[in-house]
Design a protein around this ligand. Sequence first.
Ligand SMILES: CC(C)(COP(=O)(O)OP(=O)(O)OC[C@H]1O[C@@H](n2cnc3c(N)ncnc32)[C@H](O)[C@@H]1OP(=O)(O)O)[C@@H](O)C(=O)NCCC(=O)NCCS
Length: 177
Amino acid sequence: MLPFAIKPIEDAPEIRSALAALLIETVTSGGSVSFMHPLSPEDADAFWQDSLAAAARGERIVLGAFDRNRLISTVTLQLKLPPNQPHRAEIAKMMTHLADRGRGAAAALLRAAERLAIAHGRTLLVLDTAEEDGAAPLYEKQGYQFSGIIPDYALKPHGGLTGTMIYWKRIGAAAAT
Ligand SMILES: CC(C)(COP(=O)(O)OP(=O)(O)OC[C@H]1O[C@@H](n2cnc3c(N)ncnc32)[C@H](O)[C@@H]1OP(=O)(O)O)[C@@H](O)C(=O)NCCC(=O)NCCS
């Protein structure tokens, strides 16, 4: 059995503060998750408030991995996409506390997100990860196919451009095709 529990996160002040701390630590340590360093607690909290409001509307699922009651890792399954892409979902905002890396939390969250995407009738998952200091090996170990690199896609948290690597995976009924 895994040494942690995986469950969807609903908005509450304590969990938002745990998510904000995880996001700030990730950005500070150079993780490419859309934000620049330094990320203020207010901006981190505002991001999660919006994200969890979208989750409450059914537009996404924010999953957490918890060691007892402590949040150690999170990933977001983005379900709201344009009307011509109802079969697709996106994986985003994957991050694990520095002290908890290498315990399998991200891999377990990815598998849980995939099961939820299938349950929502999705047959294609898409994600991207930074070329420098990203998580490409994690996704490749989980069966994601590499499409290519867009150069100079985004700034790294401490400055300087990096490319982004695009990945996809067929899931559910489409997995064998
Ligand atoms: C990427 C990240 C979420 C991985 O979290 P984690 O909980 O440590 O990952 P896991 O323990 O589940 O790793 C599963 C496997 O992937 C490998 N892996 C995970 N992240 C990796 C990385 N960045 N580079 C190389 N290998 C990695 C692990 O070594 C492990 O391999 P194994 O199964 O052979 O032992 C974490 O490093 C992180 O938060 N990074 C900063 C934010 C970031 O870059 N997020 C990705 C945005 S796309």
